[in-house]
Design a protein around this ligand. Structure first.
Ligand code: FES
Ligand code: FES
Length: 161
C-alpha cells in the first residue's frame, strides 16, 4: 500500500491505496464520492469523467497514484457552495437532459470542460465532444439542447435525432 494525496473539490485528502487502485475506486470507495459512476470499466462510457488539473479524464483509466498531488473535481464539486446548480446542471434540469441519470455526472463534467474550451459550440461540436460519453436513455437530443442552452445559445434549431 502507498499513500496518495490530492485536492478533491477544494479539500486536501489522502489515503492508502494499492498500485492497482483506480482513481474512480479511490473517489467512490475511499472518499465516498459516489457521484462519479462506473458504467463499463473499459474506457468506453464516460460515466466516470472527472476533471484532473482542469482537464476531463476518465477516472477508470487512471490509477489513483497517477493523480497524486493533482487537483481533482468531481460532480460533487460542480455546484456552488450554497448548493446553487452550475449553469450546465441547471440547463440539464431545465431541458430534461437526463432520464435514468446514470450517465449524467460524466455528461455534466464533459460538457463543463467543453464550454470552458469552447464557450459557444455548434451542435456538431457538442455531438463530437461527447463521443466518449454514452447515454442509453435520452437519444442525446435533450443533452445537446441543454448544453446549447447552458452556452446561452438558441435551442429551437437543435435537430432531433
Ligand atoms: S466507467 Fe470509465 S469510461 Fe466507463
Ligand atoms: S440518462 Fe440514462 S444513461 Fe443517460
Amino acid at each position: 500500500m502507498s499513500k496518495v494525496s490530492m485536492t478533491v473539490n477544494g479539500e486536501s485528502v489522502s489515503g492508502e491505496v494499492e498500485g492497482r487502485t483506480l482513481l474512480v475506486e479511490f473517489l467512490r470507495t475511499g472518499l465516498h464520492l459516489t457521484g462519479t459512476h462506473v458504467g463499463c470499466d473499459t474506457s468506453q462510457c464516460g460515466a466516470c469523467v472527472v476533471h484532473v488539473n482542469g482537464r476531463p479524464a476518465k477516472a477508470c483509466t487512471m490509477f489513483a497514484m497517477e493523480a497524486d498531488g493533482a487537483e481533482v473535481t468531481t460532480i460533487e464539486g460542480i455546484a456552488g457552495m450554497d448548493g446553487t446548480l452550475s449553469a450546465v446542471q441547471q440547463a440539464f434540469q431545465d431541458h430534461h437532459g437526463l432520464q435514468c441519470g446514470f450517465c449524467t455526472p460524466g455528461m455534466i463534467m464533459s460538457a463543463t470542460s467543453l464550454l470552458k474550451e469552447n464557450p459557444k459550440p455548434t451542435e456538431q461540436e457538442i455531438r463530437q465532444y461527447l463521443e466518449g460519453n454514452i447515454c442509453r436513455c435520452t437519444g442525446y437530443h435533450n443533452i445537446v439542447k441543454a448544453i446549447m442552452a447552458a452556452s446561452g445559445q438558441d435551442v429551437t434549431a437543435v435537430a432531433a435525432e
